[in-house]
Structure formats: C-alpha cells, structure tokens
Ligand binder design. Structure first.
Ligand code: PLP
Length: 227
C-alpha cells in the first residue's frame, strides 16, 4: 500500500489531468479528503502534506478528531445525513455542510451558527436518481427550497451536492451529474450567486469533473478502503 503523501500527489495529479482533458480551468476543482472512519493521525499526515479540507459523515467521531487535531487552518465539511439533534454542533464546529435537504435543518443551522463565526457554507443535496430511500430533495422542490435557504442570515448557500446511484459506465455517471449541473445553471439564471458543485467520489471523479464539479469528495483513493 502506498502512503498518504503519494496518494495525495497522485489524486491531485489526476484532478489536474482531468481539468485539462475536459477543458476546465486549471485549479477549478478542489479536493475534499473524506476521512470518515479513519484515525486522526492519518488526517495529520495529510495536513502535513498540504491538504486542508476534510469531509466527515459521523458527528461524534468527527468532533473527537476536530478537537484532537485542533488546527486553525483546516476546514471541516459535514457530508453525512443531518438530524435535528446534530445541528448545533455542526453549526459550531464545521465550515461547510453539504447535505441540506430540509428547510427545518437549514433554519436550525442558521439560528445556531455562532455570531463570531462567518456564515456556514451550505450545499443542497439533490436526489437525482429519485430513489425513495435516498437522502436529498427531488429536483421539482429545489427552486423553492433554494430561495428559502438563500434568505437565511447565517448560512451562505454555495451550490448543490449529489451522490448518485453507483454505476460503472462513464456515460451513465455523466448523465446523472449533468442533471445536477442543469439544476445549478437554472438557479443561477434565477439570479442566485452559486459557485459550488459538490460532485464525484473515488469511483466517479472523471464523470463529475467532466460535468462541472468544483469539489470532489475523495475517501478510498486517498486513505484506502474502510472496514
Ligand atoms: C464516503 C463518502 C464519500 C467518499 O467516497 P469514496 O468512494 O471513499 O471516495 C464521498 N461523499 C460522501 C457523501 C460520502 O459519504
């Protein structure tokens, strides 16, 4: 197994090659290192190698690592499902939340965001494959929810996130990400200043970058398989 430094270099290299291949501006895709179920020392190794954005899914686990690492320049992104009883700690300890799909959760995050911190960056999660069981809102509900969230004082709506159903084929993956991009463009045409498409994981990074992703959320390719 390669070490984290090498994997980080390799993933960054892949991102920059894909930016070129799909005529994206150099540096327009940023890397979110998904460190769920990985120990704090692995995160510290990645920080030493220059990685400063980390994604976590499980609140208690994340809070332990945030306090152990206690690094002022690191940005923590919450990327797991958000229940009402978790909003306060997310509002207090994270810089981003990618998985907003209900106004109630957004309102609580806005109310609970500490005054001394800048607004919490948020993305709305879309359920693009329209699977009943999945988190995320249906595209038909998006314009209304986006307008309401955009009006909340302590949140900054940055864009959209999706985690499409797994598929091996590049064109199928692209089709799902393209649908997210179309929703994003539609909101921008309505006058919202959004700049973020949080799309792509280790298995579908190429399709995501081809379709306009600005943040790829990479776990396995950096830290290895999770148990
Ligand atoms: C776990 C997770 C990832 C990372 O997936 P990998 O396949 O390990 O790269 C990305 N996004 C979300 C929402 C996740 O839960």
């Amino acid at each position: 197994m390669k070490n984290i430094d090498d994997r980080l270099t390799q993933v960054k290299q892949q991102i920059s090659e894909l930016e070129q291949k799909y005529h994206r501006q150099a540096g327009s895709v940023s890397l979110l290192a998904v460190s769920k179920r990985k120990p704090a020392d692995m995160i510290e190794t990645a920080i030493t190698a220059g990685q400063l954005d980390f994604g976590e899914n499980y609140l208690q686990e994340a809070l332990e690592k945030i306090s152990a690492i206690n690094h002022a320049n690191v940005h923590w992104h919450f990327i797991g499902p958000i229940q009402s009883n978790k909003t306060r700690e997310i509002a207090e300890h994270f810089h981003w939340a990618h998985t907003i799909d209900r106004l109630k959760i957004a309102k609580r995050l806005s109310e609970q965001r500490p005054q001394e911190l800048p607004p919490l960056n948020v993305c709305i999660q879309l359920n693009i494959s329209e699977e009943e069981s999945k988190s995320g809102i249906m595209t038909s509900e998006l314009p209304h929810l986006a307008a309401e969230i955009d009006a909340l004082p302590r949140l900054k709506l940055r864009g959209l996130m999706a985690l499409p159903k797994p598929s091996e084929a590049l064109d199928e993956q692209r089709e799902q990400f393209r649908a997210v991009r179309h929703c994003f463009e539609d909101l921008r045409q309505r006058g919202m200043s959004l700049d973020t498409l949080s799309l792509g994981t280790s298995g579908d990074m190429e399709a995501a970058i081809a379709e306009g992703s600005t943040i790829v959320r990479i776990g396995t390719a950096l830290f290895g398989a999770r148990d």
